[in-house]
Design a protein around this ligand. Structure first.
Ligand SMILES: C[S@@+](CC[C@H](N)C(=O)[O-])C[C@H]1O[C@@H](n2cnc3c(N)ncnc32)[C@H](O)[C@@H]1O
Length: 367
């Protein structure tokens, strides 16, 4: 495989804004790095094969402050290259992008489709759309940059040969399929709250349905309307949680939490359940499950030398019980990895999941 530098013929530094953000170990938030104040630090971020945080808190935290939530980023170059390869946009194609961000990907798309093609890119944040339009113009590209909610697509530019989303979804919006030409394709980061997610390439069929298989593991921010922030229950609530133990093994826990093992498929059986992992110290790993809507929470603490492990559960949903039931089902299905999963979206928008195991198991994703 060619190195990403040769696959991305538009320089990233033309699009990365002069102020970016990095993790701050001290506060646990994000602090700004300014090109003007520290060009070497800014340049190091631009040159690395890593995502760069380009906006926090929807632009409400000014440079010098401490950001709490990432609200826009410039994706890792190797991921951008893989997505463009999966999309396979060709000269003359009409392409819709959802999630303009810095505009870098829109420039790369413009290069791919050439003068005979057309790129429309939609960004929900008006300030980001304005900055991207200016950067694109400066770099010599003129795609149509629209400030709007991209989950609606952009109907007046339809149909498109290709649709690409650079923010993740839990369900593929019907509008994207309707606005893609039959025989065209959609590339989108797709997953569940539990496992976010896979690079999905969907082929749109002549009957208006779409079908695709899981690709590589990717982590993308969600589309803005689907963002959720979970809250840790207070210490007294945690102390009052129902407490049991589990005899599951380290291997079981890895199967349940690693994308390439069972996490993708198990996550699709347990809707609205966030998984978080933290290591309080070298001998302790904690998995937590959160359902923001119902206020349910569970935690399992893996402590070296202690087994069975302690499980605590709070709220109307018993999230740990749901996840272990999904794990038991996944084991009974022959422990399929994500490469065995196909997503088919019917003409009504129903998301059907099927495994290519001997039983040909098929189920409808809970909306
Ligand atoms: C990972 S960034 C995109 C990176 C971008 N493609 C680039 O080349 O820099 C995701 C972007 O999606 C935008 N976004 C989130 N929800 C959206 C929505 N519903 N419609 C359009 N854009 C959205 C975010 O504001 C953010 O800028």
């Amino acid at each position: 495989m060619t190195h990403w530098r040769e696959r991305l013929p538009v320089p990233r530094d033309q699009f990365v804004p002069p102020v970016v953000w990095v993790d701050d170990l001290i506060t646990g938030g994000y602090v700004s790095v300014s090109r003007e104040d520290d060009e070497p630090a800014w340049r190091k971020l631009v040159d690395a094969d890593e995502p760069i945080i380009t906006q926090v808190d929807d632009g409400k935290t000014p440079p010098g402050g401490v950001g709490q939530q990432i609200s826009s980023s410039c994706s890792a170059p190797s991921v951008v290259a893989d997505m463009l390869d999966a999309l396979d946009a060709r000269p003359g194609h009409d392409v819709l992008e959802i999630g303009t961000g810095t505009g870098w990907n829109a420039a790369l798309l413009s290069r791919r489709v050439g003068g005979s093609g057309r790129v429309v890119t939609v960004e929900v944040d008006a300030a980001l759309a304005t900055a991207a339009r200016a950067a694109l113009h400066e770099a010599g590209y003129e795609p149509l940059v629209v400030a709007a909610d991209g989950t609606e697509g952009y109907p007046s530019g339809a149909p498109y040969d290709r649709v690409i989303a650079t923010a993740s979804v839990r369900a593929i919006p019907r509008a994207w399929i309707e606005q893609t030409r039959p025989g065209g394709a959609i590339v989108v980061p797709w997953g569940s709250d539990y496992c976010n997610g896979t690079l999905m390439r969907l082929d749109v069929r002549y009957d208006g349905s779409a079908v695709g298989r899981c690709g590589s593991h990717v982590e993308f921010m969600r589309v803005r309307s689907a963002r959720r922030y979970y809250m840790e229950p207070a210490a007294d609530e945690q102390a009052a949680a129902d407490t049991t133990t589990t005899t599951l093994t380290v291997r079981d826990m890895r199967d349940m939490t690693v994308y390439g093992r069972g996490a993708m498929i198990i996550g699709l059986r347990v809707p609205r359940c966030y998984l978080t992992v933290e290591d309080p110290d070298d001998d302790h790993r904690r998995y937590e499950l959160h359902d923001v809507g119902s206020g349910s929470w569970a935690a399992v603490d893996l402590v070296r030398g202690e087994h069975p492990w302690t499980v605590r559960q709070l709220g109307p949903r018993r999230l740990w019980d749901e996840v272990t039931a999904a794990h038991a089902w996944w084991t009974s299905e022959g422990r399929p990895g994500p490469e065995h999963l196909t997503l088919t979206i019917d003409t009504e928008g129903g998301h059907w999941l099927s495994l290519d195991n001997p039983g040909g198991t098929r189920w409808l994703l809970t909306p």
